[in-house]
Design a protein around this ligand. Sequence first.
Ligand SMILES: C[S@@+](CC[C@H](N)C(=O)[O-])C[C@H]1O[C@@H](n2cnc3c(N)ncnc32)[C@H](O)[C@@H]1O
Length: 433
Amino acid sequence: MLVSKARAAAFDVLLRIETTDAYASELLHSSGLSKLSASDHGLATELVMGVLRWRRVLDQAIAEHSSQPLTKLDLEVLTALRLGAYQCLFLDRIPARAAINESVELVKRARKSSAAGFANAVLRKLSQASPDLLKFPICSSHPAWLVEHWHKTYGATAAEKICEYDQKPPATDVRVGDSALLTEVRKEAIALEASDFLAKSFRVISGDITRTAAFRERRLTIQDEASQLVALLVARGSSILDCCAAPGGKTRIIAEASPDSEIIALELHPHRARLLKKLVPQLNVRIIAADARAMPLNKSFDVVLVDAPCSGTGTLARNPEIKWRLQPADLQRLQAYQIQILASAMKHVAPGGRLVYSTCSLEPEENERVVEEGLKLDRSFSVMPCGDELERLRDSGELAWKDMQSLLSGPFLRTIAGVHPCDGFFAAMLVKH
Ligand SMILES: C[S@@+](CC[C@H](N)C(=O)[O-])C[C@H]1O[C@@H](n2cnc3c(N)ncnc32)[C@H](O)[C@@H]1O
């Protein structure tokens, strides 16, 4: 029996995620998978994201019916079991027999034929027992330490909301600057509605936006609303430095909103700097591949953005593999790196200029603590309330969200995935006196 293309693709992607540091969203949009039909691509995506979102629950269900501890299983066998278990437990429209048979075939395809009988037995027992998914609390498919951390930081209700949000496919938001583009996209059978925060952001209700001419020609990009909002905090000033710029979502908005500014976009990795060139076509942006901790620049800027590399815990609905890779000690390691970048960026802010420090992390270690350390390193900076800038965006018609206070945590901007209808983002604004 042949394995279906969608399941074979899902299996290969899952295996690569387990053995490398690749991201599911990148692998699912790589050229290898572009040959799949739209429906096969849709199923492969659902299987990969579903297995990653529910991995811990799937492993518990598999362990209940396995004669061997999961740690003793070959990764190929465990991956085929997870795929089979996900279909049996979560996808009503797929008959259990098809799911089981294909997982057994995947085990053989991976040259683990001696485990085919074992995989068959585990999945048959699991599908017959049909465990009650309600017995798994909503937070049980997250690492316990992370849930505890959110519990301490945001309280029990918010921690549950974050977990709930992470288990579903997030909304797809696009920024559409003019009404002609909106009409063009709608003509391609894409249903869009206004998103929650921003006047120029739209949510895709149905249709595949990635197959439209506007998306292919990069006249339109997919970007979460919270990320758009952070970019709008920056977009003011005649010289702007974006220190950690790729793939370029924020640079693009900054350049659109400030067409007369001189903008420099810096990125450490040359291959990501090349990606930035493709995504940011505006002529007022100069792209440099360099380390933000040692910038090859001898000038200061009106505004500097540090959109720091971070754990990404505000984006787990989009990048569920992160929750299985992240370890508590990573937060301290990331913090040290973020402080180095922030300290270097502070040296390039002109007197009277502003610095925006942002992350898509929910963790105070990577946010408030980094800002505190930065302020200790250079006493000529102080914190500016983000609320003032949000008011400006509301008055100019950019910000449509009514409950502005809910976006603020003291002087900082703070969105929490699940509490707000978007990814979790943090932004602090500093001013140099
Ligand atoms: C959170 S992402 C930036 C996202 C981007 N601002 C956007 O909106 O599309 C962080 C970026 O910083 C880059 N980076 C990591 N370390 C860096 C460093 N030392 N200097 C410059 N860029 C760095 C990463 O490669 C990554 O592309």
